[in-house]
Design a binder for this molecule. Sequence first.
Ligand code: HEM
Length: 510
Amino acid sequence: MQTSKIRPVFKYAVINFNWFRFVSNVNNIAVNTSETTRQLKSWEEIPGPSSLPIIGALHHFLPNGLLYRSEGFEMLERLYKAFGPIVKLPGMFGAPSLVLLFDAESMAHVLRSENWMPKRPGFQSLEHYRKEYKKSDGNPDRITGLVTDHGEQWKKLRSMVNPVILQPKTIKLYSTILDEVAVDMIERMRSIRDENNMIRGDLSEEMNLWALESIGVVALGGRLNCFDPNLPADSPVKKLIQIVHDIFNTANKLDFQPSLWRYYPTKTYKRAMKLYEEQENLNRYFIKNAMDKLQSKKSSENEKGILEKLLEIDEHVAILMASDLLFAGVDTAAHTIIPIFYFLATNPEKQNKLRDELLSKSDKRPYLKACIKEAMRMMPVVAGNMRETSKEYNLLGYKIPKQTYVTFAHQYTSMMDSHYPRPREYIPERWIVDKDDPLYHGNAHPFAFSPFGFGVRGCIGRRIAELELEAFLARVVQNFHIEWFGEPLKQYQSSLNYVKGPFNFTFKDV
Ligand code: HEM
């Protein structure tokens, strides 16, 4: 029996078959005995892969099993086809189970009902590092970050930083500098192309450099010089990129797959603690440099950026947020832009249409936004989302206990033809056509596609990410005609959906 056959359903604060060590045992939960509740079908009756003692659902991953050699979208498809819109995924090795939803209305019900104090499970090992392993000031109520805090601590932090980070006026401040980053990246791409117009080396590494340089100007208020052609492999920026990537992968093993780290310090646990510490030290280095630069520069009130404004509120909060932005904003943006290139390369008429819009010099760029959205619908970097329920639910006639992990299969629902006609075709037009067009995106359930999450806990970096992607994509399409050859681009799953090479792109000057 190979545990490597256990593949995650989807992740990033998201989903997996096997990760549920910290949820209360569903059997211990008090059951509401109202008339309606009694009529509901029980937990045991929720359809899903059968579970055997101890090994749970592992046998489904073995040859002839339903989920054999499946992962990501394909695994979701098999589960949906076999069991329908609500699926119970049995836990393994004593871990609790989770409920997977393919029904957009049920997703809406849970997400809206949980929107007061939403709990998105995930990254428990990072939470453990920040709250227990470090024990830096012995204060259990100490705020540790948006990714790792829950309840009142999370709410306090989020309400402190929302007015700064979500403020359209503040975000707009970064449009010029993000465009400068994009222009510099175009230069770099030109300089590292080979005679066939392909990027030498690993394109995903290059896109990570672009993403870090972009988020660096936002989180730290200055350039990190990621595009320096002489950057050594052990430079702080390269180290940070590697560490962020390693953390997503290591956290995936600890937080989403069966692991005994809660009971004794496993090898992966020790590696994770080291990684978290290295990341903390690197962040400290970057933040200190940024703060030194700020001190030597006098800025006027209306020029203040995110770091300066957060520093005025609280230095601890400013440092935490800079760290979280550097963590959450690199791989996500890098592995979103590559699929966008891919869909434009494989749909040259759409690429030409986009270029026409960009060259028209109009201030409004609806097709640019539509091209980005459509790629995110088809190949999202975050496959879905999750909430831990704070109360009991009736979902599609089944009783869902309090403290259940409910996961939303957005990667799948955004590809259902009941929501998006011709779902496997890249049609950016669907996001801009009028209501009477059958492709009109408003015909889809509003919760079928949700790349940045939902509500008060939704992605705080959404506007920043959109601005970065728009600035860079515009420059790329203005400068290059992108082509693709060979097999279709594929994703592999870790905490995020990563695209994997070979990256058979050519970037020809237009
Ligand atoms: C295309 C890029 C991105 C995607 C698809 C994405 C997606 C998401 C999603 C799905 C969530 C969970 C939301 C929820 O639970 O409802 C999230 C949370 C978060 N994202 Fe992003 N994100 C992206 C880029 C960024 C960037 C650039 C930053 C930093 C500026 C960022 C910072 C965060 C943070 C800090 C959270 C946690 C928020 C909280 O729990 O309060 N993300 N993101």
